[in-house]
Structure formats: C-alpha cells, structure tokens
Ligand binder design. Structure first.
Ligand SMILES: Cc1ncc(COP(=O)(O)O)c(C=O)c1O
Length: 393
C-alpha cells in the first residue's frame, strides 16, 4: 500500500478534543469524571436562536446550496454588528461567513501562505493554529511570552525572519484568559505594520470579558494602517453558546476575502444553511442572553480563582480577564508528584482525581495545564476539592 501524504502523517490531532475523548471514555466505563477539558460554554443555545432556525426550516429556506461566502443578510448583520459594537465600518464584501472560526482560520492560512513562509505565533496559543499553518506549508515561529503570558514588540523583533508573512494574535486568549490592553495591541500592531506583516486577530472571545465592560476593542479600532493589515476572525460559537452550529467569519481586506471565497467554494461550498439563519438571529436579536452568560462566567471565575491559586504547586501570574479558562504553571506540582511532563501530570489527574484537564504542551507551554470553568458550580467546587486531595496526598 502506498504511504499517506506527508501532511497527513505529520499533523497532530487536536489535543483538546483528544483530552475530551479520554475523559468521555473513562466516564463511559462508569467513573464519575468532571470534565474541565472542553472549550465550550455549558449553556444551551438561547431559545430565540433555535426558534429562528426552526422557522427557516419550515419556510423552506435551507434546502438548497447557498452562497459560499454567506447569505447576504448574515454578511450584512456581521458588518452591522461590528459597527454597532466597535464603531468600525466594513462593506459586506469584506465579510466571509465560514463553517466555524476553525475553518475560517484553516482557509485563511491556505490563502495567505506559500510553502516556506514563516508565521509568528506567540505562546501560549490555541492548539489548531500551529497545525493549520503547517498544513498550509508554513513554518511556525513560536515566540516565548513574558511572565504575564503576553508578547511584546521586542520579543517579536527577536523572532521575526525575512520570510515572515503573518502574526497570529488572540485576545482574550485561549488557553490563558489573558486580555491585552488596547495600548499593548497598538504597539504590536504598529510593529507588524512596520514589518508589513498580516495580522491575524482571532477575536472569538472578544465578548467574554470580566471585571471590565464588554466587548473588548477590536484590532480594527486601533489605526487605519493596522486595519489595512488585519484580518479578524470571529463567530457565534462562544458568545452565543453555539459551538455545534458551526458558524464563524472573517473580516478583512477585499483582496483576502475574495481569495477566501474562491478557496472555500472548493472546500465547504457553504456552511449549513440552517445555521446561517440561527446566526443571523443571534446577531440581530436581543443580546440579553450574552450578558447573562457573561455574568455567570464571571461568578464562576471569582469562585474558582482563589481555590485554584491555593492548590500546592499551582501558580497563576495574574487573574484571567476573559474567555473561560485558567492556565496555571504547574512546574512545582509536577515536581511534587514526580511527573516529568505535563501530559503525565494530566494523565495522573484524570486517573487519580477524576478531573479532566488539558496539558499545556499543545499550547506551546509545556509546564502548564488548561482548565475550563464553563462547568456547573458544584462540579467546579468538587473538582477543586479533588485536586486539593490529589496534591496533598
Ligand atoms: C481561540 C479560538 N479560536 C477559534 C476557535 C474555533 O471556534 P469555532 O467553534 O467557531 O470553530 C476556538 C475554539 O475553541 C478558539 O478557542
């Protein structure tokens, strides 16, 4: 039998999905596992959004192919939403609706990168960026962060090469919940413009911020020059508890969105039509559910943060301010439990404490672990008690 392609042999499976599958398998064998490994809100999609999807089905709107880049009202709704929340004007041909933000990023790297192009990836980073860059033939240039898990222009300057084409930024950040200030983003944006780099700004958690007014300012608000170099990624998955519906989007210069339209016409054709009507309702309907979910995440962050930082060997530089993750440095905890790697530590936490978390290795920081606090309050308290018992044993 002939070998599979090099790209298929080299690509790593998603560490977060793998961790989640392991936890599910253990739970299926009868163990009471608390899963803090998954990266999705623990809410149901709000009822009006589901109702809009039902109506679209009943009205026979979803039976055929639809335009690759998005039905016109949804592209308009994305543009209007950006204007209403960020005071930034874009035209609908600067918007491409995709099958989740994951596909938006995958297709974008296909459009931006030639084989051998370098991409700056500040650590920690969401697991799929690195694999998606490599699948497009690009090289990943990891940039180590400061102690507060941010990156500065000076650090980027130390890593940039003549072949560098793009920089990926994600604020609020998965896996750490860290949020850059607008001044920090502006300094990075100015630096990227000076090097004529594309800035891929993944803003999927922009609406999920705590101890401050939501939403966070978009990269598109900082300067005209930065806007010209920036491609924003966003979607409904996290803000509206719609991970299963698979709707994301790209907002960027027309040269990029036009190319994305061509590439996507051979990849997905169009995202599921019914999901587009659901997303349209999410963006144009009452936004109260977003505020309610945010308040609930904030409450749970306030609950879990002191308990987590009190665990022996768990260290967090700062309290996270966005998304729904905690990303402690567990170097000391690993030493205490005689674990050589974070993967080994995470395996022991699952087997002995029955709490599923994700190793930091796939996020570019091998002495950290990621916990999601998008879980019910009692489960969070039980998980923290189990981790305490595990660490004190
Ligand atoms: C930073 C980041 N970007 C993109 C995505 C993908 O989102 P979607 O569910 O819309 O594909 C995720 C999902 O976990 C994420 O955490």
């Amino acid at each position: 039998m002939k070998q599979l392609a090099q790209r298929a042999r080299a690509v790593q499976p998603s560490a977060t999905l793998q961790a989640s599958q392991r936890a599910k398998a253990l739970a299926a064998s009868g163990v009471d596992v608390i899963n803090l490994g998954v990266g999705q809100p623990d809410f149901q999609t709000p009822a009006p959004i589901k109702a809009a999807a039902n109506q679209a089905i009943q009205a026979d709107k979803v039976d055929g192919y639809t335009a690759t880049t998005g039905i016109a009202p949804l592209r308009q709704a994305v543009a209007d939403h950006l204007q209403a929340t960020q005071n930034v004007m874009v035209t609908t041909d600067q918007v491409v609706v995709t099958t989740g933000a994951k596909m938006a990023l995958y297709a974008l790297f296909q459009v931006l990168l030639d084989p051998g192009d370098d991409v700056l990836l500040p650590a920690p980073y969401w697991v799929s960026y690195a694999e998606q860059v490599r699948l497009a033939g690009g090289n990943v240039l990891e940039v180590a962060p400061t102690a507060d898990l941010k990156v500065t222009p000076e650090q980027l300057a130390g890593a940039v090469t003549a072949n560098t084409k793009a920089l990926v930024l994600n604020s609020p950040q998965n896996p750490s919940g860290v949020v850059y200030t607008p001044a920090e983003l502006k300094a990075i944006g100015d630096w990227a413009v000076a090097h004529d780099l594309w800035i891929v700004s993944d803003e999927i958690y922009r609406d999920l911020v705590y101890d401050r007014p939501a939403p966070e300012p978009s990269m598109l608000t900082l300067s005209d020059a930065i806007t010209d170099h920036t491609i924003v990624i966003n979607g409904v998955s996290k803000t509206y508890a719609m991970t299963g519906w698979r709707i994301g989007w790209v907002i960027g210069p027309k040269v990029v969105t036009a190319a994305l339209g061509k590439v996507l016409s051979h990849m997905t054709g169009n995202p599921a039509a019914v999901s587009r009507y659901a997303a349209l309702n999410a963006l144009t309907g009452d936004q109260q559910s977003v505020a309610t979910m945010n308040a609930s995440f904030q409450e749970r962050l306030d609950l879990i943060y002191p308990l987590l930082t009190a665990l022996p060997g768990f260290k967090l530089a700062t309290k996270p301010a966005g998304a729904f993750y905690l990303f402690p440095d567990v170097s000391a905890a690993m030493t205490k439990k005689h674990c050589a790697t974070a993967s080994e530590f995470v395996g022991r936490v699952l087997d002995e404490a029955h709490v599923a978390v994700v190793s930091g290795e796939a996020f570019g920081l091998p002495h950290h672990i990621r916990l999601s606090y998008a879980a019910d309050r009692d489960q969070l308290l039980t998980a923290m008690a189990r981790l305490k018992t595990f660490m004190e044993a």
